[in-house]
Design a protein around this ligand. Sequence first.
Ligand SMILES: Nc1ncnc2c1ncn2[C@@H]1O[C@H](COP(=O)(O)OP(=O)(O)O)[C@@H](O)[C@H]1O
Ligand SMILES: [Mg+2]
Length: 238
Amino acid sequence: MLNISKVETFYGNIQALRGVDVKVNDGEIVALIGSNGAGKSTLLMTISGVNKAATGEIVFDKKDISNLPPHDIVNLGISQVPEGRRIFSRLTVEDNLRLGASVNQKGKNFDQDAKEVYDLFPVLKDRLLQRGGTLSGGEQQMLAIGRAMMARPRMLLLDEPSLGIAPKLVNQIFASIKNINKEKGVTVFLVEQNAKKALELADRGYVLVNGNINLEGSGKDLLNNPDVQAAYLEGGKK
Ligand SMILES: Nc1ncnc2c1ncn2[C@@H]1O[C@H](COP(=O)(O)OP(=O)(O)O)[C@@H](O)[C@H]1O
Ligand SMILES: [Mg+2]
């Protein structure tokens, strides 16, 4: 479904990605783990077209998307939930969802799409007229995921959904990611510093180190890999 090959991305003359190869198959949950600054967010932003790859190819459903603007990529079916959530804090929950719907021409049936979001995150339905900024961190993350779902994606890019969120809500959010994948058939590419949770959920995973893919394997194999355990799982460098 998504085929990333030899992608290099720069910020000025800082090279953040150094020839990344990643594949995400239709229906999978794939996790990308790695330390702070490894290039995880840069990879997601390069897929969604916010950053541009200097070299390499990003193919989604046989179409090279590496030179498309972000809105075209959304319309092809890829929605991103950015790191730090980026909801509109002064707009209501409902208006945040409307903005998610409006980015995609397919997202015309607001009521039906919103109902699916409320089924995933019932708390949002109780807060429709409340401003986004008054929600808890976990609820804002739910809103950010809900907003992305309003565009009816076939693939969801999630950047650190557990960051800064209370453990109880983290479990709820991971359960909803699983639900989005299994019940709604949305393919998921998940970036996480919480390597344990991400690899437990994922079918497959990749480890990014300094802009390079260092390891790949099934979620289970990576969880059992001594190098992964030492670096990301056992109170080592997170
Ligand atoms: N807007 C930017 N300008 C310059 N350098 C950046 C910018 N964003 C990220 N970087 C650098 O690119 C590298 C990868 O960052 P990032 O993709 O945010 O890593 P991660 O998400 O894995 O923490 C880091 O060295 C970071 O400092
Ligand atoms: Mg990041």
